[in-house]
Design a protein around this ligand. Structure first.
Ligand code: CA
Length: 239
């Protein structure tokens, strides 16, 4: 991890995170990017990269798919749970399937190594332009005393950690990223259990009930999860 970050909370439109285990490629990228006015953060491993995504708030990520600790595909999925920051994948693999999977998981574009710097800079310019001024939040959603850290997958209530099952967390995450809109039964069932469960609303009722119980939310006068009768649910998050 590289030094302390100034102004990291605000993020920077010119800050690029490189997640790459090969030192000579990181060095090559750093020199080329800095020469073109970008600020560079470096991570050698996936976990370190995920941490720098949170603390450094880069405007773009250059991600090597072959990392020693976490599979690049898994990193993309983790990031996409809370972040829309553009991801440019670098792959040595000419394997088309690998690239298709990365794009399906939420990567925006790819280059195959060794990539020429002119090509890389062109891709970066396009991705940053597409991103525009879109807000890059740090992946935190609050509803009064309820605090959901989507990047770290942590939920707390009045500062006390709340232990959720995988499905309870997934439900809360979907509601939290729904930005206050009503998520329909079918939508939630499909995302949590799969399309074949799209009509099994009783599964969802049971899950909502157990999540509400853990959050101490009274369905009669909910503080967090609001029922849209016959339609779905929404989270009453703070503006
Ligand atoms: Ca590698």
């Amino acid at each position: 991890m590289i030094g302390a970050l100034e102004n990291s909370a605000a993020g920077s439109a010119r800050r690029i995170l490189i997640v790459e285990d090969e030192a000579h490629i990181r060095k090559f990228l750093r020199i080329a990017l800095e020469a073109h006015g970008y600020e560079v953060l470096e991570a050698r491993r996936g976990e370190e990269g995920l941490e720098l995504m949170i603390s450094g708030q880069p405007a773009l990520v250059i991600l090597d798919l072959g990392l020693p600790d976490i599979d690049g595909q898994a990193i993309i999925s983790r990031l996409r749970e809370w972040s829309t920051t553009p991801i440019l994948v670098m792959s040595v693999r000419s394997d088309e399937q690998e690239i298709v999977r990365a794009l399906d998981a939420g990567a925006n574009d790819y280059v195959t190594k060794p990539a020429g710097i002119a090509e890389l800079l062109a891709r970066i310019r396009v991705l940053l332009r597409d991103q525009g001024t879109e807000d890059r939040s740090a992946g935190i959603v609050r509803c009064g005393p309820l605090y959901i850290d989507l990047a770290r997958r942590l939920v707390s209530l009045d500062g006390e950690p709340v232990k959720l099952t995988r499905k309870e967390y997934e439900l809360l995450r979907l509601l939290a990223t729904g930005a206050g809109r009503v998520l329909k039964h079918e939508e939630l069932l499909t995302q949590i259990w799969g399309p074949e469960f799209a009509r099994e609303t009783h599964h969802l009722r049971v899950l909502v009930s157990s999540l509400r119980h853990k959050l101490g939310d009274d369905p009669g006068s909910p503080e967090y999860i609001l029922t849209a009768q016959g339609v779905g649910y929404r989270l009453l998050s703070d503006p």
